[in-house]
Design a binder for this molecule. Sequence first.
Ligand SMILES: C[S@@+](CC[C@H](N)C(=O)[O-])C[C@H]1O[C@@H](n2cnc3c(N)ncnc32)[C@H](O)[C@@H]1O
Length: 315
Amino acid sequence: MAIRTIHHLRHHLIHHLKPYHHSCLLLNSSVTPQTTASVLWRSVSHSSSIPETGVGSNLKDSSSKSLSNSSLNQTEVAKFAAIAETWWDYEGPFKPLHLMNPTRVSFIRSTLCRHFRRDPLCHQPFEGLKFIDVGCGGGILSEPLARMGATMTAIDAVDKNIQIARLHAETDPLTSSIEYSCTTAEQMVEEQQKKFDAVISLEVIEHVANPSEFCKSLAALTVPNGATIISTINRSVRSFATAIIAAEYLLNWLPKGTHQWSSFLTPEELVLILNRASISVEEMAGFVYNPLSGEWTLSDDISVNFIAFATKSNK
Ligand SMILES: C[S@@+](CC[C@H](N)C(=O)[O-])C[C@H]1O[C@@H](n2cnc3c(N)ncnc32)[C@H](O)[C@@H]1O
């Protein structure tokens, strides 16, 4: 291992273990889940001095902390702007998302077909349904959903991501109708744009500034009885070892610093903040990587990567 990497690893360990100590305190039984969650959100908010390169120019200035961009964490968003060109490089930094995609699409297909009473075996089961992909990146998920017949809107805070997603989608008549836009969920809520039958946000919540407010915006974008799907990484000891140390430092799957362990949510915390936004989680599954086959499969093991299917109350 290069000395530079050891240095990075040491720095990262110190950086991550401080908040871990903090969140251990939260496990004290005298602390209610509500206070646990709200204290945790405060502990994970990061300040940033990174310039806004690549962040959509049509987004309102978030430095003034205007409500309409409350989910933006400039540090996180700048990381994605820096690697935007690599979205469709199957061997690049988004390789893990490309490898996971068939498995997460199959979870979405089966849960949403059941919820909307569609035939999962038909070619375009989502025909006539409006979906939004929040934090769509280069469109890795939006495209298969459009091919399954969904009327797709896809949004991301990084303008470069949206441009690349648009260019890629234009190459196929089945995906060219995806409506891409550089914006945030809360900005869409504020502008009172349309609502969606399903609101999907995969691998995004761990990068936003205020997960609780973010979930409220997702709820506001969902029709009554609509569906929400969220995937993220559990804040567990295993995720520290695998999603950060192994993926970023040993295997170099992801650029170093891609994830902040303290920003991960446990499944219980996700259920809690969704509940507060009138969304109830109906089903959860884990994603497990098989290093021999190089494939991801769905599993009951939610200790690292997990996905939740939830429904909005009928209000
Ligand atoms: C790990 S990528 C996931 C991309 C895509 N959802 C997928 O799974 O293929 C996270 C994405 O969320 C976007 N993002 C981060 N914060 C955001 C926010 N507050 N609102 C909208 N998009 C955001 C980033 O620009 C990035 O494209």
